[in-house]
Design a protein around this ligand. Sequence first.
Ligand SMILES: NC(=O)c1ccc[n+]([C@@H]2O[C@H](COP(=O)([O-])OP(=O)(O)OC[C@H]3O[C@@H](n4cnc5c(N)ncnc54)[C@H](OP(=O)(O)O)[C@@H]3O)[C@@H](O)[C@H]2O)c1
Length: 157
Amino acid sequence: MISFSVAMDPNKGIGIRGSLPWHLKDELKLFKSNTLYKNIVMGQTTYDTLPNKLADRYITVISLDPEYNPADVKVENDLIAFLEEHKDDETEYIICGGASIYRQSYPYCRKAYVSFIKDVYEVDTRFESFDLSDWNITREVEYPDFIYRELERKEEN
Ligand SMILES: NC(=O)c1ccc[n+]([C@@H]2O[C@H](COP(=O)([O-])OP(=O)(O)OC[C@H]3O[C@@H](n4cnc5c(N)ncnc54)[C@H](OP(=O)(O)O)[C@@H]3O)[C@@H](O)[C@H]2O)c1
């Protein structure tokens, strides 16, 4: 099963100059608890700009560069082949960005973990294809700076 985890502002903003537009400790803690000891998948740009390497997670990095080979992660050169291969697995693969990886993975995702940031930020990167009407909300928790929602994709008619 493919899912995604994202934090976005009210205009679907997710990034600025290669990093997150905000620094929200509660949101980072939530991301950690949702992904610990799980399979997570992210684009090369996002992986290379992480301030700290993410411990205790099984990381797959998506890159078009066949020479790209950082330590301790799996690299996949073809995102769509990866999604097709794993979409019906019982094991969950959580897509963790960035923009180009979210956009291409969105149609494959059955679940989502979304932090809806309350304030509007300066951004240069958005998750345009995200549409809340595609989803049922299965859990909701309000924090001072964001509302966290777990989502399941609505059945197609
Ligand atoms: N708010 C959040 O929750 C959140 C989470 C993660 C990231 N972000 C933000 O998102 C931004 C980065 O997003 P981004 O779109 O620039 O980068 P990205 O999605 O992290 O990485 C794109 C990488 O994947 C490669 N790629 C793209 N499509 C591919 C495919 N089909 N098969 C194989 N490789 C493929 C690209 O290669 P080429 O370069 O050769 O095309 C590039 O190396 C940052 O600002 C980051 O902070 C936000």
